[in-house]
Ligand binder design. Structure first.
Ligand SMILES: [Zn+2]
Ligand SMILES: [Zn+2]
Length: 360
């Protein structure tokens, strides 16, 4: 039997390690996809850590129920290599992105189309083996999405980074006041958000990031104004320049400082959507919350909560009607920022990426 190679999590808080196993044979409705690209998500790093930061030195243990070795990676695109007997065999050889937020397919939530809420989730790279491998076994061909004419790199990252950014922004489209919009945090998801926002909103889009290079990249890619949150009296300047603050804010960082900045910059009656999940704790004086009449929402959720398939379909549709989110090489380069840490973690074990087994 043919072998497949994986970069597996064999120990928490440790580098990934190559494991070689028999390539699974797809049964019934299953499909075997040969992976061409798999993006790296911050959630992969959280799972690798084995905990999530709850703030104040407290940690949430995320290792429970996980069996190692495990293959991370949920931003997958590739080519169908083999299809189960109940699958249209013409799919073989086609290029597909893989929707990873898969439920049991039988419970009330799954039957409602909300597989993201399923208690028996089979999320690829989160609950069942994912895409840091040469192949992935997908439970049903209906989770495969056409992505042509998008580049394969972009198609893969749309599966989590894209739908996360899109889902957060979608929560702001029906706001009664649409004077302005602020995106905080310009990592991979934030830059994806900047790209989507230009297709979804008419108002000028402002951004904020501590990194001057990130701010420059955003300004070159459509942002109207870029703020440095560490600047002295920045909130005062924003309230003045925006005549009372931002009506809509997305926090793509999701930590204590970024949320404090979001609350300082939001206008009375405005709305903050929290998308990032860097962790920590967030507290807000009741008076300030009520006084500002602000709404705080969160993105529909991807990792651990999953977006709905409709969001994924909508995000993909963006390209069909000419509103394709463009991600040039510079923006793609921003994706590299979150890749950096795992690069460091796995580098000693990958030269080349799929080195001879048994090195760990
Ligand atoms: Zn993700
Ligand atoms: Zn279910």
């Amino acid at each position: 039997m043919a072998l497949m190679r994986r970069q597996s999590l064999v120990k928490f808080d440790a580098p990934l390690c190559e494991t070689v196993v028999d390539t699974p044979k797809p049964l019934a409705k299953e499909v075997l996809v040969r992976i061409e690209r798999c993006g790296l998500c911050h959630s992969d790093l959280h799972i690798q850590d084995g905990y999530a930061d709850l703030g104040g030195g407290r940690k949430l243990d995320t290792t429970r129920g996980m069996t190692l070795p495990f293959t991370l990676g949920h931003e997958i695109a590739g080519v169908v290599e083999e299809a189960g007997p109940e699958v249209e065999q013409g799919l073989i050889g086609t290029k597909k992105a893989v929707f990873p937020w898969i439920g049991c397919g039988q419970c009330r939530d799954c039957l409602n189309g909300d597989e993201n809420l399923c208690a028996k989730q089979r999320f690829l790279g989160v609950s069942i083996d994912g895409g840091f491998a040469s192949h992935v076994l997908v439970p049903d061909a209906r989770y495969l999405l056409d992505y042509d004419p998008l580049p394969v790199n972009q198609a893969a990252t749309l599966m989590c980074s894209g739908v996360t950014a899109y889902g957060a922004l979608k929560r702001l489209v029906d706001r009664p006041r649409q004077r302005n919009l602020l995106l905080i945090g310009l990592g991979g998801v934030g830059m994806m958000g900047l790209s989507f926002a230009q297709a979804m909103f008419k108002q000028p889009i402002s951004v904020a990031d501590l990194n001057p290079a990130a701010r420059d990249a955003a300004l070159e890619n459509g942002a109207a104004v870029a703020y440095d949150p560490s600047e002295a009296d920045i909130a005062k300047r924003i309230l003045k320049e925006t005549e009372g603050g931002f009506d809509a804010v997305v926090d793509f960082a999701g930590n204590e400082k970024s949320m404090a900045f979001a609350v300082a910059a939001v206008a009375r009656g405005g709305k903050i959507v929290v998308s990032g999940l860097m962790g920590g704790n967030f507290s807000l004086p009741m008076v300030q919350w009520i006084y500002k009449r602000m709404t705080i929402d969160r993105r529909p959720g991807t990792d651990g909560a999953g977006p709905c398939r409709q969001d994924q379909a909508d995000a993909n549709e963006g390209r069909a009607d000419g509103r394709r989110p463009e991600m040039d090489r510079r923006i793609a380069g921003r994706q590299g920022r979150r890749a950096h840490r795992t690069e460091e973690l796995i580098r000693p074990y990958r030269a080349p990426l799929f080195a001879a087994p048994g090195g760990c």
